[in-house]
Design a protein around this ligand. Structure first.
Ligand SMILES: Cc1cc2nc3c(=O)[nH]c(=O)nc-3n(C[C@H](O)[C@H](O)[C@H](O)COP(=O)(O)OP(=O)(O)OC[C@H]3O[C@@H](n4cnc5c(N)ncnc54)[C@H](O)[C@@H]3O)c2cc1C
Ligand code: FES
Length: 314
């Protein structure tokens, strides 16, 4: 089932599903036929709605204790996810979903195995837009905001060689950084470089609230520090892209406004339908040139918004 806009409902085949951190997994999905064509055009920041209602729960010893009381409930609704990577390989399209186990759906996702089919609606929403006029892209991640920014990093470095890219990632502790391996080794080093960004030739810095890796403090301090030592940077030629908790996005928006730098942020809302029907995903936005606000839909008007238009709910 596919609409004229390219979005539709497709079955994807699980190619792998592996644990990459205490609570983090990478699920690789392969689309063929119409799904391969639809997802080959998937933009960084867009999302999908996944049905995992048929997936099994893991055995009791693999259930996080604090989730035991809630995870057994049935999953009635699909869940929204971004992709961290999308690649075309012949007549197939492969997508990487990086997820954190937080409740019944993500816990069930851990039991998906090679060859299982997963029903997916997408591509949905509006993603990040890349402008050729911007010579510097600054990527800011808070915790599980990593997937769409990793996808953007991969597209920027593969298709836009003239753009300089720098990445900044923050989390409460080193264990909550959703990147693969080598965290202990890296956390001992100054100048922390995240493997996923290093693979694309992108310099990266890390901040953790408790100082267990990189800078002790919040990630926006790293962004400000970087901007402070770049007096030659022309604000017109730079752009900030961010995804993470709303408080972090609000701070990134403030930094961008003060320094006249364009900024796009990916917002997160509970999404019951993902297609503009249920109205559960409202984002309050400023009307340009007025004090009035309107409610836009995160699933259709976003999830990526210009930071200047969002009224943050803090
Ligand atoms: C556009 C978009 C893209 C996303 N991409 C990713 C991704 O790439 N990887 C990933 O791990 N997660 C992503 N998420 C979040 C993911 O949808 C939720 O973690 C998932 O739905 C949780 O389902 P669950 O049944 O396991 O837990 P639930 O029981 O449904 O939720 C567990 C806890 O997380 C909170 N929560 C769940 N969904 C949201 C939400 N949308 N906004 C704020 N709080 C929420 C709930 O309030 C609850 O406290 C994305 C969300 C959106 C809106
Ligand atoms: S999730 Fe239903 S309208 Fe946005």
């Amino acid at each position: 089932m596919q609409s004229s806009s390219g979005k539709g409902q497709f079955d994807a085949t699980v190619a792998s599903n592996r644990q990459v951190g205490e609570r983090f997994y990478k699920l690789r999905l392969v689309f063929s036929g119409h799904g391969a064509a639809a997802f080959a055009k998937f933009e960084p920041g867009q999302f999908v709605q996944i049905d995992v209602s048929g997936a099994a729960l893991p055995s009791g010893d693999r259930m996080p204790t604090e989730l035991i009381n809630t995870v057994k409930r049935d999953i009635l609704l699909r869940r929204p996810f971004s992709f961290a990577d999308v690649t075309r390989d012949g007549d197939k399209t492969s997508a990487e979903l990086l997820y954190r186990v937080v409740g019944p759906a993500t816990l069930r996702m851990t039991t998906l195995s090679n060859g299982n089919l997963v029903n997916i609606i997408g591509p949905l929403g509006k993603g990040f837009s890349i402008s050729q006029g911007k010579k510097t892209s600054l990527l800011v991640i808070g915790g599980m905001g990593a997937p769409p920014i990793l996808h953007l990093a991969r597209v920027l470095t593969a298709e836009h060689h003239n753009i300089e890219v720098e990445a900044f990632a923050g989390a409460k502790t080193v264990k909550e950084l959703p990147f693969e391996g080598r965290l202990d080794e890296i956390s001992r080093q100054l100048g922390f470089s995240i493997p996923e960004f290093a693979e694309c030739g992108i310099k990266s810095q890390v901040a953790t609230d408790d100082g267990s890796a990189g800078h002790e403090g919040v990630v926006t301090e790293l962004l400000e520090r970087w901007l402070d030592v770049k007096p030659g940077l022309s604000p017109d030629e730079a752009i900030i892209y961010a995804c993470g908790p709303e408080a972090m996005l609000a701070k990134v928006a403030e930094i961008a406004r003060e320094r006249n730098i364009d900024c796009q942020i990916s917002m997160e809302r509970m999404m019951a339908c993902g297609i503009g029907v249920c109205q559960s995903c409202a984002v309050e936005c400023q009307v340009e040139g007025s004090n009035e606000t309107v409610y836009k839909l995160c699933c259709e008007d976003g999830p990526v918004f210009d930071s200047g238009q969002v009224v943050f709910q803090l």
